[in-house]
Design a protein around this ligand. Structure first.
Ligand SMILES: Nc1ncnc2c1ncn2[C@@H]1O[C@H](COP(=O)(O)OP(=O)(O)OP(=O)(O)O)[C@@H](O)[C@H]1O
Length: 334
């Protein structure tokens, strides 16, 4: 039987926020009567993640991804339901549990800013009781692959965002965690740095067979790294399955782009029926056409209009996400 690294059962987190009425009068009133609102950030979330998977946790801003990550790592305590990570209740934060996990948050530094990364690594070595030989080998290996060997002794605050993220990754992997939580590890990085971090994570996973939970708004991260996707919308699980199946959710629609030699009638049914997206001064349109109608519709457009070029491609995951987020009813999340 495969070992479940992470298991949740009806996991829920609600936040209570107090509202203060504006002005001096509001301040006085709030002394004896406080109004509050309840935000259900995560609701009834069931999840099973076996050993060795890379799972992409996706969802729009405010969907509940970071709240989930914080519950997985024990930073916040759930309001309800059950959670088990590597046989532990994360919120107890036992040292044995902390030694088995790592959390990297792209938006928050976990390294000390006023000392070089290497000094932070040495402190982590002591904390996690990492053997000297193993420590040296890991630093050498990871800094070489990530091309930051020359930067280990520079103060973290002087590093670029990409360089710092590489150091953050190194810091989180020194103790060989079994489960790694990566919350937007490539946020704000240029394409080269994104690619380099993605490749590093992929190779690291292949070599170590650890379990990785990744959140990212960059679909390239998800497509490159994750075999499974869990989609969260308004705190609820909306989809959980293989990435390939996810791409098919909207039916077998193909994205077809046409470029015209001169302006065409945008209101023509041949366009309006297929969710058109116009660009290049209305000389280019992208349509979502069901696979079974593709041949016929394309032929009609080419016959009726002066087409200079056209292209067909499978709906990229980015488009699937965009469509699902604006039409969550497709997944019946109310
Ligand atoms: N400490 C808190 N107090 C009150 N509300 C909170 C708190 N933390 C999160 N929330 C709310 O819970 C919801 C989920 O937030 P969360 O940070 O988990 O979203 P997210 O999916 O990570 O979003 P993003 O992609 O923008 O990082 C949001 O509406 C947020 O405002």
């Amino acid at each position: 039987m495969e070992f479940k690294m992470i298991q949740t059962d009806k996991l829920t987190k609600s936040f209570k926020s107090y509202k203060k009425k504006p002005g001096f009068k509001g301040s006085i009133e709030s002394l004896y009567k406080r109004d509050y609102t309840i935000k259900h950030a995560v609701e009834g979330f069931d999840l099973d993640i076996p050993d060795g998977q890379i799972v992409g946790l996706l969802g729009p801003n405010g969907a509940g991804k970071t709240t989930l990550m914080k519950m997985f790592t024990g930073i916040i305590v759930p309001s309800g339901g059950e959670i088990n990570v590597l046989g532990h209740n994360p919120s107890e934060r036992e040292k044995d549990f902390r030694k088995k996990i790592a959390l990297v948050m792209g938006q928050k530094s976990q390294l000390w800013w006023d000392i070089p990364a290497m000094d932070s690594f040495l402190l982590l070595q002591k904390y996690y009781e990492i053997d000297e030989e193993e420590f040296k080998e890991k630093i050498e290996h990871m800094s070489t692959i990530l091309e930051v060997k020359d930067l280990l002794h520079i103060h973290v605050r002087k590093l670029s965002l990409g360089e710092r993220m590489k150091m953050e990754l190194m810091a989180s992997l020194l103790h060989s965690p079994e489960v790694i939580f990566l919350d937007e590890p490539t946020i704000g990085l240029d394409l080269v740095a994104q690619e380099s971090i993605r490749k590093f994570i992929k190779d690291y996973h292949q070599k170590n067979q650890c379990t990785i939970i990744l959140t990212s708004h960059y679909m390239a991260d998800v497509q490159e790294l994750c075999s499974r996707i869990v989609l969260i919308l308004k705190g609820k699980k909306a989809y959980d399955g293989a990435i390939g199946e996810f791409e098919k959710i909207l039916g077998h629609e193909k994205r077809v782009s046409f470029i015209f030699k001169s302006k065409v009638d945008r209101e023509d049914q041949l366009f309006t029926k297929f969710k058109p997206e116009w660009s290049q001064g209305d000389l280019k349109v992208e349509l979502l056409i069901p696979e079974e109608e593709l041949r016929e519709v394309s032929a009609e457009i080419i016959t009726k209009f002066d087409v200079s070029d056209f292209n067909t491609e499978i709906l990229p995951i980015e488009k699937v996400m965009k469509t699902l987020m604006s039409n969550p009813e497709i997944l019946s999340v109310k």
